[in-house]
Design a protein around this ligand. Sequence first.
Ligand SMILES: CCCCCCCCCCCC(=O)SCCNC(=O)CCNC(=O)[C@H](O)C(C)(C)COP(=O)(O)OP(=O)(O)OC[C@H]1O[C@@H](n2cnc3c(N)ncnc32)[C@H](O)[C@@H]1OP(=O)(O)O
Length: 256
Amino acid sequence: MFRRAVTALCYTAARALLALRPHVHRHLPSVRTAPLLGFNLDSRWSVTMTWPFSSFQPHDYSLPNPSWSPEMMRLYDHYNSLCEQEGGGKSKAPWVRMPSYNRLLKYAKGGQCLSKMVQAKARLFTRNMKEEGASFEYVVFLNKQEKMCTCIFQAGHLLEGPPGYVHGGAIATIIDTVAGALTTYLGGLVMTANLTINYRSPIPLGSVVLVHSLLEKMEERKILIFCQVTSSDGSKLHTEATGLFLSISLGHLIGG
Ligand SMILES: CCCCCCCCCCCC(=O)SCCNC(=O)CCNC(=O)[C@H](O)C(C)(C)COP(=O)(O)OP(=O)(O)OC[C@H]1O[C@@H](n2cnc3c(N)ncnc32)[C@H](O)[C@@H]1OP(=O)(O)O
């Protein structure tokens, strides 16, 4: 009974979201589900926020906070200056800042009847830390024309792996997140099927790096992405990765 109610609620939210969207890109049918992940793609390929559950606007974690270092702010200001501005300025600009929230689908149930406690407390892995600057501080900029993303990532002290350096799992997480953001833009709801990572040089804890994610190939449901993590000036290669993402239906997430 509860399970059916949750499923019905999800579909109702999805339908409400789709109704909000006046235009759907004709060549990418699965992009219809993108609003579920917190952003909306209109006919000009801009990204605008949607929030289906109430008039309450959730916190956008991709905006600057006091923990951002001068280097993080410098890069943020640089990419932000390349973006479309509210009110129509730079409307031809290819770059868009992607908003980022700490939950995606409020009543997701992971294919089973999750307890109300789990549902209420579920938070996106990369946005679950209250202390600003302690773990993942990042902002993703999307280049619509080039089908690529650049993420500015500041790795906080709780992401330590080897002493003084970032944990390989944390690096994999930010790569998965940035590639996931790009593939969500390109293909709607997606899941990571395969991630292959080569760690080339360690990332100092607390430093700011760039995570570049680029579309390599898109064949039906399969989206192949290439990623590189470099120092903030681009001179040092830290990590390279390829990722295979598969477009999925909403049913794959919320179970049958
Ligand atoms: C701003 C907001 C942003 C939001 C930003 C959000 C960021 C978060 C991003 C995090 C993303 C994640 O971590 S996702 C969590 C980690 N991933 C998972 O848990 C996925 C678990 N796996 C699955 O659920 C499933 O295996 C799927 C969905 C990946 C695929 O299942 P399926 O849909 O049934 O597809 P299936 O028929 O098996 O395969 C379809 C085709 O893909 C191929 N294929 C399938 N898997 C693989 C594979 N690993 N390697 C090679 N090829 C594969 C098959 O051979 C087949 O090819 P052919 O015969 O057609 O040629």
